[in-house]
Design a protein around this ligand. Sequence first.
Ligand code: A2R
Length: 313
Amino acid sequence: MKKALIIGAAGFVGNYLIDHIQKNCIWSIVVTKMPQEKIEKTGIEIRDLNILEPERIKELLEDVRPDYIFHLAAQSSVGLSWKNPGLTVDVNIKGSLNVLDAIRDLDYQPRVLLIGSGEEYGYVKPGEVPIPEDNVLRPGNVYAATKACQNMLGKIYSQAYGMDVMMVRAFNHVGPSQAPLFVVADFCKQAAEIEKGLREPVIHVGNLSARRDFSDVRDVVRAYTLLMEHGAAGETYNVGSGKAIAIREILDIILAQAKVPIEVQVDQARLRPVDVPVIEADVSKLEACTGWKREIPLEQTIGETLEYWRRQG
Ligand code: A2R
């Protein structure tokens, strides 16, 4: 039986990746989390790991000896990357390098999937959409720059040391339990609180014209496991829906599903210093390699995310 290691599994995606592997793959699962985090799952082995401690990564890998490594650990918020660029660089670049170096020291070669971001493409020109993997990278924020760097390091380690490292660029993924730092969760939380009478009937929003490529997190983790089985070393794969949608349209879906009338108010504090007008993935490489197709429509994801927030508190 193959053994999968998920580094950084206590986050939003890790939770869904564990569920997907348990239901669909005949793999044993070891996961890592930060010491202060909690993972409430059965049937998996749970370890503590901070990827800024290289010796601990080596000890863990030598002990666990995984066949497959999903590297999810990251400072994953664009907003926080403006406020704390140093931490974002440390975790997303130095932390990922620590993981790669520890894998390089092993006496065998596990398969590795480094999770990057569609944000790496940054300032995309109109003629470049949908964006293929070999598009020029023009990162527009600190988070994006660190993920672009992680991608380059993965490629370099694959070429220079013959390591079995693959990279993905995941576009926006959403679903129940995502932190309200991210736009869909933020809007759904506000809408649910308005329904409960906990706040005035006004949703506070940032830039509504930006177009982004949103997928259900369950479609995204399915792509990750398929790539682990079928992807090629040194390659980068876009993971997204292939269809950009304006944040305004997302908001309209939420307002249509809300049980009470809600007013929309643009809030200056929510406008980021830099924003990129359109990001949309070309997912043909992923589809050709794995046979993956998007399965869950956005309306369903938003409905379930709204339900999740209605159940909170
Ligand atoms: O920041 P925390 O305490 O929530 O922990 C996050 C964890 N993490 C770390 N793990 C090990 N060593 C570190 N130095 C370290 N710093 C942070 O990585 C969190 O539990 C996990 C990432 O989960 P989320 O922030 O919920 O990200 P999500 O949405 O699961 O995204 C997974 C991957 C990331 O690489 C994103 O950049 C990409 O997919 O989109």
